[in-house]
Design a protein around this ligand. Structure first.
Ligand code: SF4
Ligand code: SF4
Length: 185
């Protein structure tokens, strides 16, 4: 019984596809090389000196949060809105005043998915998504950030959250701002 011969055109189609794919990949590499290594311009790592200097991010980038302890009224709206329950707020009744004193404001970044749903309901605009895009640590505990123990300028800075400050905050016993301005409702 004669064996049917397979047509040759699929072989040529695959060959053309392979050559085209390689060419497109090489073109992308060449474009990036020209953009980052042309005469008079430094390479990416020379230009941005990462990690000492952070890489620029888009204006509405959703990085690690910014939090202003002096404005927070401990209303729990952000924690209720969080779909993964990774915001933990500590509070106590303020003596001689209305409302609560914030005693802790932690976010567990092993669970956070940077959805920004916690930002929208805040009635006093004291939590935003920041521009910090990395926070490396040797333990999982390093990924749990208590913003109330961080220096205010670090917690509220656009891109100032860093592993050193977070590690130092673990040794701070009380919120950095325990004054009467925490309670205003
Ligand atoms: S960004 Fe999303 S997951 Fe992260 S703390 Fe806010 S609401 Fe929760
Ligand atoms: S950050 Fe805003 S929403 Fe969350 S507890 Fe404080 S005031 Fe309420």
């Amino acid at each position: 019984m004669p064996v049917a011969r397979r047509p040759a055109w699929p072989w040529f189609t695959n060959l053309v596809t392979a050559v085209t794919s390689v060419a497109r990949g090489m073109a992308a590499t060449l474009r990036t090389w020209v953009r980052t290594h042309q005469a008079g311009k430094q390479t990416f790592t020379e230009e941005f000196e990462y990690p000492e200097l952070g890489a620029p991010v888009a204006a509405r980038y959703r990085g690690y949060h910014r939090f202003d302890l002096t404005t927070c009224i401990a209303c729990d709206q952000c924690a209720k809105a969080c779909p993964v329950d990774c915001i933990y707020i500590g509070k106590e009744r303020a003596e001689g005043a209305k409302g609560f004193r914030v005693t802790g404001y932690s976010i567990d970044y092993t669970k956070c998915m940077f959805c920004a749903l916690c930002v929208e309901p805040c009635p006093v605009d004291c939590i935003f998504m920041g521009a910090t895009h990395d926070l490396s640590s040797y333990t999982r505990d390093g990924a749990v950030v208590d913003f109330s123990r961080l220096p205010l300028e670090v917690a509220w800075g656009k891109a100032t959250l860093n592993p050193t400050a977070v590690a130092a905050s673990k040794a701070v016993a009380a919120p950095v701002d325990g004054g009467p301005n925490v309670v205003r409702i």
